[in-house]
Design a protein around this ligand. Structure first.
Ligand SMILES: C[S@@+](CC[C@H](N)C(=O)[O-])C[C@H]1O[C@@H](n2cnc3c(N)ncnc32)[C@H](O)[C@@H]1O
Length: 206
C-alpha cells in the first residue's frame, strides 16, 4: 500500500489514535512559535491540520496558512477542522517534492513528522527553500534514528514493512538542511511517548 493510500485509510481515526503523539510532538515546536510573528506559513505534510490551532494559541501575527499533503483523506479532515478557526487557511493536495506554490511566497515553513515518508528528503527541503522568502524560517520536526529505542523501532518497522521511506540521524538531517541552503539556528530533542524520539530544527534560508 502507498503512503497516500495508508493515510487516506487512517484519516478518519487519525486524531483519536495519535492524540498523545500529536500533542507531544508539536509541543516541541511551541517555544519557536510563541509570540513570534510568522507571516505567511506553509505546512508541508499538514495531515489533519493540527498546526493551525497551535498557531492560533501560541504564535504572534500570522498572514495566512497553507497546508500541503499527499492524502486527500487527511486534507478532508484538516479542512473540516479549520472551519471557524481564527487563522486564515487554505489546503492543497501535493507531494513535498513538487509543491504547486509560487517561489518566495512564504515567510515560515513547518513540516512535522512527515519527512521520513518523502522519496527524496533533500529534494523536499529544496522545494521548501524555493517557496520561502529570503531569510524565511523552516521549523522541521521529525523522528531521529540515533537513540536506541528508535534504532530498535526502525528495525522492527522494516521487518513489519511499515510504510515509510527512511528514518534519519541528526547528522543526516543537518547535512540535508545544509545542502538545501538552510542554516540551523537552534535544535531541540524530545519524546512523544513510547519509543518515539524526535528532533526539531529552527533553520533559516540563506
Ligand atoms: C504523521 S502525519 C503528520 C501530520 C501533521 N504534520 C502533524 O504533525 O499532525 C504525516 C503526514 O505526511 C503526509 N505525507 C507523507 N508523505 C508526503 C509527501 N511526500 N508529500 C506531502 N505529504 C506527505 C501524510 O499524508 C500525512 O498526512
Amino acid at each position: 500500500m502507498t503512503v497516500r493510500a495508508e493515510y487516506d485509510r487512517a484519516a478518519a481515526d487519525y486524531d483519536r489514535r495519535w492524540a498523545r503523539y500529536n500533542r507531544a510532538s508539536l509541543a516541541l515546536l511551541r517555544p519557536w512559535l510563541e509570540g513570534r510573528d510568522l507571516g505567511d506559513v506553509v505546512d508541508v505534510g499538514c495531515g489533519t491540520g493540527n498546526l493551525p490551532p497551535l498557531l492560533a494559541h501560541s504564535a504572534g501575527a500570522i498572514g495566512g496558512y497553507v497546508g500541503a499533503d499527499l492524502s486527500a483523506g487527511m486534507l478532508r479532515m484538516a479542512r473540516a477542522k479549520a472551519i471557524g478557526g481564527t487563522v486564515r487557511t487554505g489546503f492543497v493536495g501535493a507531494d513535498a517534492g513538487k509543491l504547486p506554490l509560487r517561489d518566495r511566497s512564504f515567510d515560515t515553513a513547518v513540516s512535522a513528522s512527515a519527512l521520513h515518508y518523502w522519496d527524496d528528503a533533500r529534494a523536499g527541503l529544496a522545494e521548501i527553500r524555493r517557496v520561502l522568502r529570503p531569510g524565511g524560517r523552516l521549523l522541521l520536526l521529525d523522528w531521529v534514528r540515533d537513540p536506541l529505542p528508535m534504532r530498535l523501532l526502525n528495525a522492527w518497522m522494516r521487518l513489519a514493512r511499515v510504510q515509510y521511506r527512511r528514518m534519519y540521524s541528526r547528522a543526516e538531517l543537518e547535512a540535508a538542511l545544509t545542502a538545501a541552503e538552510f542554516r540551523v539556528q537552534a535544535q531541540a530533542r524530545g519524546s512523544a511517548g513510547g519509543p518515539w524520539r524526535l528532533i526539531a530544527f529552527d533553520a533559516r534560508a540563506v
